[in-house]
Design a protein around this ligand. Sequence first.
Ligand code: 5RP
Length: 240
Amino acid sequence: MPHALSPADAAKKAAADAALDLVAPGMRLGLGTGSTADWFVRSLGAKMRSGALTGVVGVPTSVRTGQLAEREGVPLTTLDEAGWLDLTVDGADELDDRLTLIKGGGGALLQEKIVACASDRMAVIADATKHVATLGAFPLPVEVVPFGWETTRAIVEATLRELGHEGCAIALRLHRDEPFLTDGGHFIFDLSLGAIADAPRLASRLIAIPGVIETGLFVDIADLALIGAPDGAVRRIERG
Ligand code: 5RP
């Protein structure tokens, strides 16, 4: 007998399956990273293996997603080969009503943003815990070059102070006591901001710092959010 899904997984799968309805034969898809995006890759693979969906090709946003897609039988290509994508489906750590996102909890924010921005549409899939009134309870991931990272951190700190985030913790993300390395070989700072009042301003100030590669703030990128519930219901939010 198959295992029953946990309520959290049932909600993620409901959102992922709703995103599958957006996929048409022959589409070039951006494949996100994380536990929710994994559900989408699994459902996509199952539909392709059944023959109900043909000609779809995926561009993974991480090594991890690429490996899962290969196991699921989803044909892959690179972004450079595809050139442009029809749709990207990805999870988020937080999203608000304007569909501004915090992403990067899984460390793939750079590729995720490149792929989403090279797509006609980005659909976010999430369970309801990710939908918040104000972004910032989830620490904001910021990807940085290892060279001079401590100096970069000091500049990030000064910038946050100027923006009113005095004393906010900036943690170097670790993995087994070593700096976590992204697929691109970069470090990640996790910024405990608490609340983000002006996401576009924060994003543009952070990205202007030499050494900062990308931020996990996705502003005006997502077009649609599909919010799943454990009972299988899915709420749709479109960017206005
Ligand atoms: C990875 C991400 C993920 O989309 C985000 O962390 C959400 O992950 P999950 O679906 O496991 O909660 O941005 O870099």
